[in-house]
Write a protein that binds this ligand. Sequence first.
Ligand code: SF4
Length: 218
Amino acid sequence: MTSIVSEPVTVMPIERKDGTYALRLCLNQGLLTPGMTRSVMEIMETYPGVTLRATTGQRMNLEGVPKGKLDEIVSTLGVSIPKCPPGVSVCPGGELCKYGQQNTREMGDRLLEVVKANGPYPFKVKSGVSGCGMACSLSFVRDIGLVGIAKGWNVIYGGSARHRAAPGLRLAKGVSDDEALAIIAKALVYYRDTAKKGERIGMMVRRLGHDVVADALK
Ligand code: SF4
């Protein structure tokens, strides 16, 4: 098939129970450019049965990709990688939402750089940046959460939305952008150096105890 891609899309193939594949589009902050959107639409028009579905992590999956067409579709779209790099979920924030206390998009980009700079980690790190306490990016139950308040950011660490779901530890209240990112960098290094392989931040905090972790990150 002739490539119609005006902008390549990086995808992660995921095998499904019925033998088809999903292709996860490795987006950041859920952003699909016009070029990426055209490419994805072309695939859906060319391959009937392939659909587009939003994920909970602000990414998109092309679902229903037949195994026999996987290589062809991947090479048409762009490149395939075994795992999408970490992403950050970001709500519209103060730039767009009437409730927003802090701007989220630039902070989300800065947070992503901090996450990338301090890995690799024992397991995945999911982050959410919310412009106010309504926490539409699920900041209280992400591994790393930022919640905007009038005076800055509250920093949340080790929240979990899985079994034994629980909000994370609040590491700081009302801190500036730079202060929040410095606290998060320290907390990520602690996670990297302290957790067992396969252990999420929330599991590590439960194992060690809130007080121990809070003391270590003062
Ligand atoms: S968290 Fe607050 S600022 Fe963000 S979308 Fe929700 S209500 Fe708006």
